[in-house]
Design a protein around this ligand. Structure first.
Ligand code: CA
Length: 227
């Protein structure tokens, strides 16, 4: 399992340092921001698997950030609040936070809660040696997850991978894949498919460097490795 990626938005250095230490000790990759706008930029550029969000950030309320995030994302969020204010907590949960902790908290408690949220939000463990089942295709949302992470795919990459996923083990010729893309056949069609496959593989490798689920059938085309 690759390391979980967590974004921490917290402006108080002492709290941020304590949390960074505790979370990184679990082997998780943690990025840290002190401003809401930096957190939003980081969320857009490279979505983590969980956001730990201080309600009282200097430039904006964490609750406002959460509200904006929930319009387009189901990313698990844990709120940190310094206030004993029940209203913040209730509002946070209504806005779609998965959990919250009230400062001062023990880092161990935060780690345990983060682990629980991550466990809930990840797909069930898959048997080893079965890369096909590492994919989760949410067709209605046009979203494909690989090993629990949503892939940031171009429309062409999405259609290509969705086609391969529909029939694991079946070898698709380049022209069949081109049909799936809805692109007109042209002289360079083989290279078109090859370059899409190349970038797809790079994106899959970012999630699981140890797997290469797309199989090349030289001179013919591609297939998704069968579980
Ligand atoms: Ca704060």
């Amino acid at each position: 399992m690759s390391a979980y990626r967590i974004l921490l938005a917290e402006d108080e250095p002492a709290i941020a340092d304590t949390l960074l230490f505790a979370l990184q000790r679990e082997g998780w990759q943690v990025r840290h921001c002190t401003l809401a706008r930096d957190a939003e930029a980081a969320l857009a550029a490279d979505p983590p698997q969980l956001l730990i969000l201080d309600i009282g950030l200097p430039d904006d309320s964490g609750l406002a950030l959460l509200g904006r995030l929930r319009r387009h994302s189901e990313l698990p969020v844990m709120l940190l609040t310094a206030r004993a204010d029940e209203v913040d907590r209730v509002l946070g949960l209504e806005l779609g936070a998965d959990d919250y902790v009230v400062k001062p908290f023990s880092p161990r408690e935060v780690v345990a809660r983060v682990r629980a949220i991550l466990k809930r939000s990840q797909p069930a463990a898959v048997p080893a040696g079965n890369p096909g089942s590492l994919f989760c295709h949410e067709a209605a949302a046009r979203r494909i997850r690989f090993a629990g992470q949503t892939l940031a795919l171009t429309p062409s990459e999405y259609r290509l991978l969705a086609t391969l996923l529909a029939r694991p083990g079946q070898v698709f010729s380049r022209s069949q894949l081109l049909d799936a893309l809805g692109e007109a056949a042209e002289d360079s069609f083989e290279r078109t498919i090859d370059s899409h496959i190349k970038s797809l593989r790079a994106k899959l490798r970012q999630v699981r460097a140890d797997l290469d689920p797309i199989v090349t059938h030289r001179g013919f085309g591609y297939a998704l490795e069968q579980g």
